[in-house]
Design a protein. Sequence first.
Length: 339
Amino acid sequence: MSGIVTPTLGIGMDSCVIPLRHGGLSLVQTTDFFYPSVEDPYMTGRIACANVLSDLYAMGITECDNMLMLLSVSQKMNEEEREKIMPLMIKGFRDAAEEGGTSVTGGQTVINPWIIIGGVATVVCQPNEFIMPDSAVPGDVLVLTKPLGTQVAVNAHQWLDNPEKWNKIKLVVSREDVELAYQEAMFSMAALNRTAASLMHTFNAHAATDVTGFGILGHAQNLAKQQQCDVSFVIHNLPIIAKMAAITKACGNRFGLLQGTSPETSGGLLICLPREQAARFCAEIKSPKYGEGHQAWIIGIVEKGNRFARIIDKPRIIEVTPRGASTAQDNSSASPEAL
């Protein structure tokens, strides 16, 4: 095996890639955890698992060999609450792992002031099974596979029972709008990015990351820094859950949603694709053969630059209709030529 350079990826991106001693294989591993953001314990578990697996999916990896679960039980919960809530969270996590073709074989549970849930995902790969996040070139197109605005939707839902905060946004959004956005955010966060990971290989993706706590701009900047070529990312379009842009404006942009800094939980993949492949990727991921709910939007371009990312001054806001709404789904995808 002398002369063959095995890719290595350390701290800074979604997963570590560690060459193993034998057979040209690599260990790819990630860990993540968070505090619950939705009220449903089962969906909290699913979201937590999807969030962990996304770090593998961002590498184009579709198979996970093993998962561990990290669980913190709040010391403020009484025995009855623990017996009802924690098994549902565990079941949600396990069900999502099963959907992803893997299983949970262990983990750690502790008592803590707060509920925390997360895990570890591990896979042993051959080099052709993962895509290093470092090969974007000028002319590539940026694609995003889930809408933004999950934090705004979750917060707005909490404000339904807080008159002081609800009064700030009630002129721009209805209670029904908020409920629909919350449901959309919950199902979006719980959806696996596995299909997108598979299509990264089909359409020759050059790099990718998942969009989570640093917001779309923060993760785009982190990805740009990893590139071998002197490139920059320019974001022109922001697909946002319907009405969430209006809420953030009504709050004085407190969430940073339109600036790209609003945190997301278990967000979509931000993928650098060859220009000629991007529209086909967006069309393919919506195919019924992959199940319902998969979406993708062309949101920007890769150009020559200094490994930086930015959002243009007045980005186009794509209002993404919640799947529970009675109106037709938003199917907008800007063409590469329009950017």
